[in-house]
Write a protein that binds this ligand. Sequence first.
Ligand code: ADP
Length: 480
Amino acid sequence: NLSQLKNQSLIKQSSFVNGSWLSSKNSFDVVNPFNNESLLQVDDIEITQVEDAVSAAKSAQQAWQSTTAYERAAQLKKWGELLTENLDDLALLLTLEQGKPLAEARGEIKYGISYIEWFCEEAKRVYGDTIPALSNSQQVIVTKHPVGVVAAITPWNFPNAMNTRKAAAALAAGCCFIVKPSELTPLSALAMAELSLQAGIPKGVFNVVVGTNAKAIGEVLTTHADIAKFSFTGSTAVGKLLTQQAASTVKRVSMELGGNAPFIVFDDADLEAAATGLIAAKFRNAGQTCVCANRIYLAESIKQPFLAIFTEKLKQLTQGNGLNDVQLGPLINQAAIDKVTELVDTALSEGAHIHYQGEASATGYPATILTNCNNTMEIAQNEIFGPVATIFSFDNEQSAINLANDTEYGLAAYFYSQNINRIMRAANQLKFGMLGINEGIISNAAAPFGGVKQSGYGREGSKVGLDDYLETKYLCLGNL
Ligand code: ADP
């Protein structure tokens, strides 16, 4: 439990606004998803306090954007170093509130820190342009400026990294930032707020608002005139709603929404490598990531041998308390278990077969392989968000690509092949923002993360990751 944290100052129970911890009238329980026991009671923010957070960020904006990129980078660097110093505690906190195995939690904290490290360097490389003018008496210059105050809403599946990915970019660009983490996992964000304070990041620059009334908080963050940009990671349904709300003040919007990743194994694939990649792409975080493999397309000719290797590997995974040496933790809550159960039951009624099912802890869902799936099934058109591998088959390359593209989503896709011509044909035709080619884990702060179609727009990380937080200004100097 929380008493195991060495640095008890990381345990915080209320929103962090303008450099202070707020207290509110009501509170709510943060629960350990493995045993449903309460970890901590956290103050439930009042709507006027969310408005206070916007005022605080607005007041801090001018001073923050007037610092040099070097000064901002130094502060962010310090913040990242403090996260690294507290890595063990942050990972423990993350596993306690989210459920993922401790090894994965450590991986997530390091991944989260990698965005801070990346953006403190990128801050120094916000370049403008000079452009040939139409006459010699003119000069054309393009400059970049922070957009202003940024608000964000983040999900429960990566309580650390989904915050740093947005916050580090915003802060590096010179924008003050307000984040509403998921009410299911607010503790990691609050611990990061404490470390931002220790790092000396000025008050009002980084604010965390925690509360159960997501709808009302979201309304403030998407409609307030003093917020210039809104960034969201979460479900497509909520993303559509928030995009609509943000239209009322024509805010800049970034949306990282749901996925429905195909995972294609062609007949010339290295089956051993593909099975290893699939275990990672499907079962990381018990299947609760937006880039998890959701539909597994196997060439008929390798289907049986591949399934044998894959099933053998899956049997090695154990499920239980993320604090123990397991590879699969619980699902986030009962609603998540119910949703996966319903998708599987419907798939079975539509003709799928259970090829393998492991054992589950009371709060988990058993690792499952379903065969005989097809694209008309409900499970093929929905994000499963659980440890269920659905197996489809195909008879030729083009039909595999067509089946893979047959979804409204376009976040990640994976495929395995040893034939470079086929690899390039598939890469050119797959309508997804990110492709894992002979690779099951693709996240990297230096690479552009994001989707197409109804998986959203905007890219996080990489050399383009700051663009979402910058305005472009064109200066035309005449009569020179
Ligand atoms: P997930 O499937 O990851 O739970 P959600 O889109 O439901 O996806 O949640 C992602 C984030 O969006 C969470 O922080 C949640 O509190 C928030 N959220 C959910 N519904 C709304 C809403 N109507 N308005 C604003 N935020 C919301």
